[in-house]
Design a protein around this ligand. Sequence first.
Ligand code: 5GP
Ligand code: ZN
Length: 119
Amino acid sequence: MDCLFCKIVEGSIPSQKVFENERILVFRDIQPAAPVHVLIIPKKHIASMNEVQEEDLPLIAEMHQVAQQVAKDLGVNESGYRLINNCGPDSGQAVHHIHYHLLGGAKLGALTGISDSHA
Ligand code: 5GP
Ligand code: ZN
C-alpha cells in the first residue's frame, strides 16, 4: 500500500520518533506549525476518522492516553496544547492514515474555520 505513514511505521521513510509501542507511533511533523508539533498515529492503517470501526475504539482511546503522556514528556502539559484531527477534503487532510496533530510550546492562534488556504 502506498501510504506515507505506513512507510514511516515500517521505517522505510525515516522520522524523528518521540514515542513508540506495539500499536502507536509518535514522531515530529516535518513542517512544524508550533515549537512542539508531533503526529500521533496508530501503526494499523486506518484512512481517516470516517473509517474507524467499533473494534478500533480501544486504539483511539489509547492515542489519547499517549497524547497525554507525550505532552508531559515534551513539557507542554502545564502550558497547554491542542490535539487536531483533519478528516476529509474540507479539513485539508493530506495524509490518508489517521493521525492527531499535537501542537504546543507557544500561544496558539484561534481555531480556524473557513479559510482561503485550501479553498
Ligand atoms: P494532515 O494535513 O493530513 O492533517 O497532516 C499531515 C501532516 O504530515 C502535515 O502536517 C505534514 O507536515 C506532515 N508530513 C507530511 N509528510 C511528512 C513526512 O515525510 N514526515 C513527517 N515527519 N511529517 C510529514
Ligand atoms: Zn497507512
